[in-house]
Design a protein around this ligand. Structure first.
Ligand SMILES: NC(=O)c1ccc[n+]([C@@H]2O[C@H](COP(=O)([O-])OP(=O)(O)OC[C@H]3O[C@@H](n4cnc5c(N)ncnc54)[C@H](O)[C@@H]3O)[C@@H](O)[C@H]2O)c1
Ligand SMILES: [Zn+2]
Length: 666
């Protein structure tokens, strides 16, 4: 390598550092990045005289983001040197022995190298003062507000005095990552690349409410300033941290010599796909703190610890076909079919291509050789195309202009990347909606598997969810290979499903963006399904945790005539539509209110309060209206009330009338 290549390599790595640490949006995989770093290190080892002082090998992390206040770490936060083979590991112990002036096999604590981002918690006399990201190691970002949303982080420590810095790794589990990406996808937003990225983006959110809505977790494993902690070894420290109430990884092991560390590493490599979170290797730490001090640090990492990376689980494969399926909301979902490859213990042969833009940006074509991996250890993902291996005849992928299921012209969502089939009668959508209705996360009707639902639909026996509740043994027996016993079981399950909580039914209706979380929020805020159907967009958007977009999508969907009819039939079939959370009162039953003019509180809030106690609130003054509540600048409705003789209340008299019925206006 030449000096020119050396400087090129430095700027390339700096570019990737910025994408990764500052923008939370890497362009290359960690394995590719690590290869560049290795090349750089090898060059520097061979040419120590050429090493520039600000080389990436001499520094940690990236520049702190200016969105957050900078915080200087009382003791710097370092990185770790890497090992990629058992030889590297053996080499580490040899160097360690040299630095310590002898000693053969050392005792080590081995830990999983969690793939999240590091955090420093600063306590004074046991009180949490702040939490900060690593930043460039010397100065990090103040993310205290977000840290406080992570469950399990103690704010007070019993019996701790002096200054204490507790360090650990913040991460998202693979399950939470998958959930988040489904949410992103449903909202038409780009998916997070991997759990680490999603965790970094979540911890560095301007709005702590967003952070709180995603379940960040953390494991703690080291200290900077150590207050009055007693531990003198890494192994004891892990136990002491746990005793103080910090979450600690259950995957650590106390071993002798690099041989022991090697066994641990290989055990963890084999178990890798079973971890609930991503880990990119193991960390081998010299156990004794006194020896750690003697071994010391380089400018970026301790000499007494090493990160032994897991082999990169990437594979080359070929795109055999790209197909499009139509989802229940009419979305056209492109899917790549791949030559099967074994990655992290499972066969990967399909990868979602998300949308038209994604395919165009990556320029993925049928016939291409691509690099794939499992994002978050689960979701197969095409990292990139290998352009050198593209067959000459490969054509850029043309996204269809017509629905592959019904032939209707498709439309691209305004402002989003999704292409949808707008045909309300599209059979593909109807059958997907039906499958969704009975699925696990919705009404959970066991026994009604996808194949049976498809058959029921195709034979015209059940075209929508309400039809399911009209099923009989005779009707079910028309499905091929259905036995009487099975049919009876399915009917019993359907019967059982009528008692499911309201939130499940809301989810089962299959409205975009309304998943488990929003379903729960709606059940917690309305007495029954009718109240949700009657609520205005404004009223729903005012519920904490539900945004304007969700409110708009929900109200639009609920007012669709086919939805109104479906809900009516489900109610008639006897499905539970009442909230188990909000009990509707009966104090105001039989009273009808009209609210007009400007009041001291938002109208939706007052409406909600009245309805919660059994009243009806409508928009038109008629003879049947019990009261018109008139605020300032009330206009036509007030005039109408006076004209037809409906009683008009101001807020004070409303309050009197309500309290007479045992309802207080707070
Ligand atoms: N893809 C890219 O563009 C890109 C760019 C920059 C960095 N990276 C990746 O980031 C990593 C380098 O970043 P780094 O400097 O943070 O170093 P590192 O991730 O290799 O190692 C240090 C970090 O490990 C973490 N860690 C997890 N578990 C730990 C444990 N049990 N004990 C101690 N530390 C633990 C800590 O956060 C610590 O800061 C590499 O994996 C590299 O591939 C990727
Ligand atoms: Zn269609």
């Amino acid at each position: 390598m030449t000096a020119t290549r050396y400087h090129e390599l430095i700027s390339l790595i700096e570019h990737h550092n910025k994408r990764y640490y500052e923008l939370d949006d890497p362009e290359v995989s960690d394995a590719e990045y690590d290869a560049l770093m290795r090349e750089l290190r090898e060059f520097e080892a061979a040419h120590p005289d050429l090493v520039v002082p600000n080389s990436p090998t001499q520094r940690v992390g990236g520049a702190p983001n200016t969105t957050f206040a900078p915080i200087r770490h009382p003791t710097p936060m370092t990185s770790l040197d890497n090992a990629f083979s058992d030889e590297d590991l053996a080499d580490f112990e040899v160097k360690l022995a040299r630095a310590l002036g002898g000693g053969g096999e050392f005792t080590y604590t081995c830990e999983l190298k969690l793939d999240g981002l590091s955090i420093n918690l600063y306590y004074v006399d046991g009180e949490l003062r702040w939490g900060a990201t690593r930043g460039n190691g010397a100065v990090g970002e103040d993310v205290t507000a977000n840290v406080l949303t992570i469950s399990g982080i103690p704010r007070r420590l019993e019996g701790v005095t002096g200054e204490l810095e507790v360090r650990g790794e913040v991460f998202l589990t693979r399950a939470e990552f998958a959930r988040l990406n489904t949410e992103q996808d449903e909202a038409g937003l780009p998916p997070f690349k991997n759990p680490r990225n999603a965790a970094a983006g979540t911890l560095r959110q301007k709005d702590p409410r967003v952070t709180a809505s995603r379940k960040l977790e953390a494991y703690f494993y080291s200290v900077g300033k150590r207050g009055n902690l007693k531990a003198r070894t890494q192994w004891d420290l892990l136990h002491e941290l746990q005793a103080l109430g910090f979450p600690v990884s259950p995957y650590s092991r106390h071993v002798t010599g690099v041989a022991g560390a090697g066994v641990y590493h290989h055990d963890m490599t084999a178990a890798r796909s079973t971890f609930p979170m991503d880990a990119d290797g193991t960390v081998v730490k010299l156990d004794d703190f006194q020896l750690q001090v003697e071994a010391g640090f380089t400018s970026r990492a301790p000499r007494w610890a090493i990160a032994y990376k897991f082999p990169a689980e990437e594979a080359f494969t070929k795109v055999e076909a790209i197909t499009i399926s139509v989802g229940r909301t009419g979305r056209l979902n492109p899917l790549a079919h791949l030559e099967p490859r074994l990655i992290e213990g499972t066969v990967v042969q399909r990868a979602t291509l998300h949308n038209e833009d994604y395919i165009r940006d990556k320029d993925i074509r049928v016939g291409d050789t691509v690099v794939v991996h499992k994002s978050g250890g689960i979701i197969p993902e095409i990292i990139r195309v290998v352009p050198e291996l593209r067959p000459e005849e490969a054509q850029a992928f043309q996204f269809p202009a017509h629905c592959p299921e019904c032939g209707h012209e498709v439309v691209r969502e305004e402002g989003g990347a999704a292409v949808v089939c707008p045909n309300p009668l599209c059979p593909a959508q109807a059958v997907e909606r039906l499958k969704h209705f009975v699925s696990r996360g919705a009404m959970d009707v066991r026994g009604l598997g996808e194949k049976i639902v498809e058959a029921l639909f195709a034979q015209g026996i059940a075209r929508n969810a309400a039809d399911l509740y009209d099923l009989t043994v005779e009707k079910l027996l028309q499905v091929e290979r259905m036995g009487e016993k099975n049919a009876t079981k399915i009917l019993a399950q359907l019967q059982e499903s009528k008692k499911k909580p309201l939130s499940r039914l809301i989810v089962a209706l299959g409205i975009p963006l309304i998943g488990e979380r929003n379903g729960g929020v709606l059940e917690a805020n309305f007495a029954n399904l009718r109240a949700i159907m009657d609520a205005s967009e404004e009223q729903i958007a005012n519920i904490p945790g539900i945004g304007e977009t969700v409110a708009h999508v929900l109200v639009t969907a609920l007012h669709d005539p086919s939805m109104v009819e479906l809900v009516g039939r489900l109610e008639a079939a006897g499905l539970n539509t009442t909230s188990t959370v909000v009990k509707a009162g009966t104090e105001l039953e039989g009273l009808t209110f009209v609210i007009t003019g400007t009041l001291s509180r938002p109208r939706p809030e007052l409406q909600e309060l009245l309805e919660r106690h059994g009243a009806r609130v409508t928009g038109n003054v008629t003879k049947k209206t019990s009261f018109v509540i008139a605020g300032e600048e009330a206009g036509g409705k007030l005039a109408k009330a006076q004209e037809i003789g409906v009683k008009v209340l101001d807020e004070a008299s409303l309050s009197e009338i309500l309290s007479a019925r045992g309802v207080t206006l707070q």
